[in-house]
Every structure is written in structure tokens, then in C-alpha cells.
Design a protein around this ligand. Structure first.
Ligand code: ADP
Ligand code: MN
Ligand code: MN
Ligand code: MN
Length: 339
């Protein structure tokens, strides 16, 4: 029987942003293990801000499994954290997501590659030439030398792991990139996003490069873009029934709960949602057809189909927890009656 390297991955208890943690368990299986075959495991919660020292055991419950293409007989195991009594740990944001197999999410993760405390490709002193030619750019001048190697390797790792990666683009700032993950089922895209983030952070170790997930790493005082995680969503009702009346009621609910949404859309978002750089300001809610300066962008296709399809919430930022984002969006949708 082959020995598998099971990499158990979970989110720690740091606030406002949880960190990814992982450790390896070696176990024999006849063939690649299914989720049901994977045992619960534990860790010392006192080292991850999830428990006090005198009673520090936390439980890992496997919830999603992927092949680990970077390791021989490797397995990536995403987990929820439970208390010893089997109930969800307070830090367990995944456990708050309503079960809905008809809910689909597409997350567009933006991030900066960082080296020596600044974006990859920035000169030792000052700034490179202003934004303009970096977005979807080609050539050493636009993207540098190793960035594309990293993003291509990350893409291949995700695809080989069975993650539903949908694409890549170089972003507006030098050293800034995006990838998109789409999933069907209320938790699937978020699970895959966390594993894709894990793979990216692990991959860049050998390059001496870090991922800066902060939404405005260069600050507000310079004309450099921040990073978002636009969250595209749909439900069975939105895709199949929809309608202008339902859509307007839904947007009224999003307006009503705008503070609750912002609260889980990632820290420091006031630095990014300023009304500039294709954003709406943080204290306003609006929606607009094909409007990239709106809180929610309504694709042309949605209107053309008779107010059916998916919507894009542009407010979540790059450091947002996709579990909390999916959870909040579905909670707000649930307040709006369907016929
Ligand atoms: P843009 O940069 O123009 O906003 P992207 O192509 O980067 O567009 O992202 C669009 C996202 O919308 C993708 O992640 C895609 O998977 C997602 N998406 C498409 N259709 C649906 C749908 N029916 N429900 C939820 N998400 C969807
Ligand atoms: Mn995009
Ligand atoms: Mn983008
Ligand atoms: Mn987008």
C-alpha cells in the first residue's frame, strides 16, 4: 500500500485576517483517498490563537480533498476547525455558510508579488513608470522576468489539483496579478480559493517572493491600484427566474445590509473603496449596468436575459475570507422572498 503525504490545511484564529496553517500526516491507503476515508486530526490551538494553553486541542475536520501535484503521493486536505466537543470553533467561518448546491460563486483574486518589501519589479528607490501598460501587458519592461514563471506554475498546480481555475491576467500595478476561481455549490469556490492561495504562498517560497494580499499595499497617497476580490454570484432562482422586480428587491436588501457586508469584505477597505480606481466609496451602495465604479456591477448579459444570471459584488478585497463573503451574500439573498 502506498504511503500518502496528507497536507492538512486550516485557517488560524488571527484577526482581522486568518492565516493559512498546515502540517503533514503520513498514512497508507490502497489508492488516492476519498474525503470519507480521511481521519479527523488535531493541532495545538494555543499556537494559533484558537485556544488557551491549559486546554489547547482543536480538531481538524476534512471538508475538501485535492491531489497535491508538487509532491509524490501528495494530498491537499482542506479542513474546518472544531472544538473538542465537535461543534464549530468560533474562528470557523466556513461553518456559517448556508448549504445551497444551487449557489455559484466566481472569485477574482488580485494580489501583489513582493520582494524585499516592495512589489516585484519596483526599483530600489522610487517608483517604476506610472500605471498604464502593466495591465495585461507583455514584455520584460511590463512584467519583468520571474513573475510570469510564478503565475504559470501556479496555474499548472491548480489545474493539476483539480481546482476550477478560470484564468489569469497581469493587473494594473507593476507586480500585481489576478486569477479567477469558479465553483458550483455554496462552499466549493471558497474551498478552492483557499487551497489556491495556499499553493501560491507555498510556491513562491523558493523564489524568495511573498504574496502581499493587502488591499492597498502602496497606500492611498500614491496613484497605484489596490487589490480586490470581486465576488460574482448567482443562485438557481437568479439564473432561472430572476426578473426586474426580484432584482430590485435584492438590491434593496444589499443596500439595507451594506455595513454587514463591508464588515466581512476584508480589512482596511476604506483605503481602497474611495470612489477612485474603479471603485465606489465605502459608505455608499449602488449598482450599475456594466459600471465598474459601482458596488455591484450588473453584466449586460443579465439585463439582456431579462434580469437573469449572475451579479458582481466589487467591494470584497484581496484579503477577504471567501467563506465569510459567501456566507454574507447568501444571508442577504435569503431575506428576499422568491415567488
Ligand atoms: P471581470 O474582470 O470582467 O469582472 P472575470 O472574467 O475576471 O471578469 O470574472 C468573471 C467571473 O464571473 C468569473 O470568475 C466567472 O467564473 C464568474 N461567473 C460567470 N458566470 C457566473 C455565474 N452564473 N454565477 C457566478 N459566477 C459566475
Ligand atoms: Mn477579472
Ligand atoms: Mn482585476
Ligand atoms: Mn471583476
Amino acid at each position: 500500500m502506498p504511503k500518502y503525504k496528507l497536507e492538512y490545511i486550516w485557517l488560524d484564529g488571527y484577526t482581522p485576517v486568518a492565516n493559512l496553517r498546515s502540517k503533514t500526516l503520513i498514512k497508507e491507503f490502497d489508492s488516492f483517498p476519498t474525503l470519507e476515508q480521511l481521519p479527523k486530526w488535531g493541532f495545538d490551538g494555543s499556537s494559533t490563537r484558537q485556544a488557551e494553553g491549559h486546554s489547547s486541542d482543536c480538531v481538524l475536520l476534512p471538508v475538501a480533498v485535492f491531489p497535491d501535484p508538487a509532491r509524490t503521493n501528495g494530498v491537499l486536505v482542506m479542513n474546518e476547525v472544531l472544538l473538542p466537543d465537535g461543534t464549530p470553533h468560533p474562528s470557523n467561518s466556513r461553518a456559517t455558510i448556508l448549504d445551497d448546491p444551487g449557489a455559484w460563486f466566481g472569485f477574482e483574486q488580485e494580489y501583489f508579488l513582493y520582494k524585499d518589501g516592495k512589489p516585484l519589479g519596483f526599483p530600489a528607490v522610487g517608483f517604476p513608470y506610472p500605471q498604464g501598460l502593466y495591465y495585461t501587458g507583455v514584455g520584460y519592461d511590463a512584467v519583468g522576468d520571474i513573475a510570469r514563471e510564478i503565475v504559470e506554475e501556479h496555474l499548472d498546480l491548480c489545474l493539476a489539483a483539480g481546482i476550477n481555475h478560470e484564468g489569469i491576467n497581469a493587473e494594473v500595478a507593476k507586480g500585481q496579478w489576478e486569477f479567477q476561481i469558479f465553483g458550483k455549490g455554496s462552499k466549493r469556490a471558497a474551498d478552492e480559493m483557499w487551497v489556491a492561495r495556499y499553493l501560491l504562498s507555498r510556491l513562491t517560497e523558493k523564489y524568495g517572493v511573498d504574496i502581499n494580499w493587502h488591499c492597498k499595499p502602496l497606500g492611498m497617497d500614491v496613484d497605484w491600484n489596490g487589490s480586490g476580490m470581486h465576488s460574482n454570484f448567482s443562485t438557481t432562482y437568479l439564473r432561472e427566474t430572476g426578473g426586474k422586480e426580484y432584482f430590485e428587491a435584492l438590491m434593496a436588501a444589499f443596500d439595507k445590509y451594506k455595513n454587514e457586508h463591508i464588515a466581512v469584505y476584508g480589512p482596511d477597505n476604506h483605503l481602497r473603496l474611495t470612489g477612485l480606481h474603479e471603485t465606489q466609496s465605502i459608505d455608499k451602495f449602488n449598482y450599475g449596468i456594466a459600471n465598474r465604479g459601482a458596488s455591484i456591477r450588473v453584466p449586460h448579459s443579465f439585463v439582456n436575459a431579462g434580469y437573469k444570471g449572475y451579479l458582481e459584488d466589487r467591494r470584497p478585497n484581496s484579503q477577504g475570507d471567501p467563506y465569510k463573503i459567501a456566507s454574507r451574500i447568501l444571508q442577504t439573498i435569503a431575506t428576499v422572498p422568491t415567488k
